[in-house]
Write a protein that binds this ligand. Structure first.
Ligand SMILES: Nc1ncnc2c1ncn2[C@@H]1O[C@H](COP(=O)(O)OP(=O)(O)OP(=O)(O)O)[C@@H](O)[C@H]1O
Ligand SMILES: [Mg+2]
Length: 567
């Protein structure tokens, strides 16, 4: 049974600390070598155990930038908490003052990496995979709040054994992006890790590869110094597909005595953290694993359909960036699409396999890695193995259904219509349309193509295209219920509930983080306000500012149309 906490008004750090309830460190194994390695802040191989105890490295003289009021509300945290010195200390990485009832516990985890279904070891400095994992993310707290378990993790909190020689930091730019994107995604009704707080410091800078001003280069050209920051993200767990893979690889190769047991422990822990409601604890292991595969498949396919619905591209959908709880994780090389392009990929290091419309295939590869990780636990049960394989083989079919339903809902129709969809996609590519604006304008149920003009980048004068658009629109209007004003309103409202008005495009983010680097957080706050209400019409001021096509001079511009470094 979970420890229940009724919705509370948590005002003080003491009240907050009392919520502490650590399951990851209490139920799982610590790296047995951790105690021989000082403060565990040097890159090294970690051969076994599910986590390494490591304290965050605080950022000095932390400056508050923002916190998520929505998430504070969800958690029952009073806004006075963000003013508490101890709270500020903890979430800027200073754990020195932590005392009972909260224990001074913080941990980082190892994980493996598969890229598009292929296992990699080369990214680990030791070529063994034992040095890969949370290089700069450190979990500091776990609690059951209103009956739901949450883990709090600092990103950019300093080196861990998995830092691979890097600085363990996150810069202000990337932290603002992650903070805003997480809360935006939640407001878009897409499952995601959440943002708690964001602090920066003027006392420490780190170097990152970047571009010259107004550059169109694809590759970074210079090293720049950026202020460090720590965002705290919160999720039911941070277990990744890659994490299961690490233990499965060890079990498969029989790397140490406890390898099989550690795999079983982490998988059962995943069920405990993420699938407690769906998987009955009385079932036997095989039954649990089969249900787990089905449930994860269900969540992952919905997730990717949702990403495409809102125009999101996770440019680096490796297995280590794929949360085993089926939500969005790691807002590094992401982007929200401007001009529609099925091949959109905002990260220059990412490759076409992680591009916008290929995300269902990338998810399928991650699901394959996930299933491979369960297989060692089923090796003595051929029937269950077969069942797992059937689930795996079903992925494309389920994904397909979810994607079709998603398009149908974006178009306000009951049943997916391939011909209608296919012609639309071709027209959207040929005309060059802004993805978000197009579907939002369509949600007004236009009578004529002129009413969609706001979303067109060009080709509007082309007669042939205009004719094709008009006949598409006519055909579309025969598929929706427009028999009365009431029914029009109904379709329009349904469409508006899935076609956001506002999405967090990179050029808005650039303005906000550039201003923040100068110590002005106004635009960050404004974006927070607009992007946590993405489906409402909002004010004229916000509409003029954030409901626009990308200006032509920004196309192809480095740091805006593509990014090379997301950390
Ligand atoms: N500056 C850094 N210092 C130490 N480790 C880093 C740094 N940047 C990235 N890493 C590590 O490199 C790996 C790959 O980086 P990636 O960009 O996928 O993740 P991330 O954005 O740091 O983290 P996460 O997936 O936790 O959101 C991760 O394991 C990450 O911890
Ligand atoms: Mg990552």
């Amino acid at each position: 049974m979970m420890k229940e906490n009724l919705k509370k008004d948590i005002k003080t750090f003491e009240q907050f600390a009392k919520l502490a309830d650590y399951s990851f460190v209490n139920r799982l194994n610590c790296d047995p070598d951790a105690k021989f390695n000082g403060d565990n802040k040097e890159s090294r191989e970690v051969f076994s155990g599910h986590y390494v105890s490591v304290e965050p490295t605080a950022i000095k003289e932390p400056i508050y930038i923002c916190h998520s009021e929505n998430f504070f509300n969800d958690l029952g945290f009073n806004k006075s908490l963000i003013k508490s010195d101890d709270f500020i200390k903890m979430f800027s990485g200073d754990m020195s003052n932590i005392s009972y009832p909260m224990e001074n516990i913080s941990w980082a985890t190892g994980y493996a990496l598969s890229i598009y279904g292929t296992e990699y070891y080369a990214q680990c400095p030791f070529q063994t995979g034992n040095g890969y994992g949370d290089g700069r993310a450190i979990s500091v707290f776990e609690a059951v709040i209103n009956g739901k378990r949450w883990e709090f993790q600092l990103k950019g909190a300093g080196r861990t054994p998995y830092c691979r020689g890097a600085d363990g930091r996150a810069v202000l730019r990337s932290s603002i992006r992650e903070f805003l994107a997480q809360e935006h995604m939640h407001a878009l009704k897409v499952p995601t890790s959440r943002s708690l707080s964001l602090f920066t410091s003027k006392k420490e800078q780190v170097k990152r590869p970047w571009f010259r001003n107004n550059s169109y280069s694809r590759d970074p050209e210079v090293m720049i110094e950026e202020d460090v920051a720590i965002t705290t993200r919160v999720a039911p767990s941070f277990i990744r597909v890659g994490q299961l893979e690490l233990f499965a690889r060890r079990a498969r190769k029989n790397e140490h005595k406890k390898a099989y047991e550690e795999l079983e422990q982490i998988v059962l822990h995943l069920i405990h953290r993420e699938y407690n409601d769906e998987i009955n604890s009385d079932l036997n292991l095989e039954e649990k694993l089969i249900l787990l595969a089905k449930q994860f498949q269900n969540r992952l396919t919905s997730l990717v359909a949702n990403w495409i619905r809102v125009g999101y591209c996770q440019g680096n959908f490796n297995s280590d960036n794929c949360a085993a709880g089926g939500f969005t994780l790691d807002y590094g090389p992401f982007g929200f699409i401007d001009m529609f392009d099925p091949k959109y990929q905002p990260w220059t290091g990412g490759g076409m396999h992680f591009s916008f419309f290929n995300q269902p295939n990338a998810a399928k590869k991650n699901f394959k890695s996930f299933c491979s990780s369960l297989k060692p636990l089923l090796s003595s049960n051929l029937n269950s193995l077969k069942e797992l394989e059937e689930i795996e083989n079903n992925f494309s079919k389920i994904m397909h259904i979810k994607i079709e339903n998603m398009w149908a809902s974006k178009l306000g129709i009951d049943k997916f219509d391939f011909e209608l969809f296919d012609e639309l996609i071709n027209l959207m590519i040929e005309t060059k349309v802004d993805y978000t604006i197009f579907f939002r304008e369509l949600s007004n149920i236009p009578n004529s193509i002129n009413e969609l003009e706001k979303s067109f980048y060009d080709n509007f004068e082309n007669k042939d295209i205009k004719l094709r658009w008009n006949s598409w629109l006519e055909k579309w209007r025969t598929k929706i219920d427009i028999n009365s004003n009431e029914s029009i309103k109904k379709v329009s409202n349904q469409m508006k509930s899935v076609n956001p008005k506002y999405t967090l495009k990179e050029w808005y983010l650039v303005l906000a983080y550039e201003q923040a680097q100068e110590g002005n957080y106004e635009l960050v706050k404004q974006l927070q306000e607009v992007m946590t209400n993405p489906y409402i019409e909002n004010s004229k001021e916000f509409e003029d500012k954030y409901y626009n096509k990308k200006p032509s001079n920004l196309f192809g511009m480095a740091g805006i149309s593509h990014v090379s470094c997301s950390s």
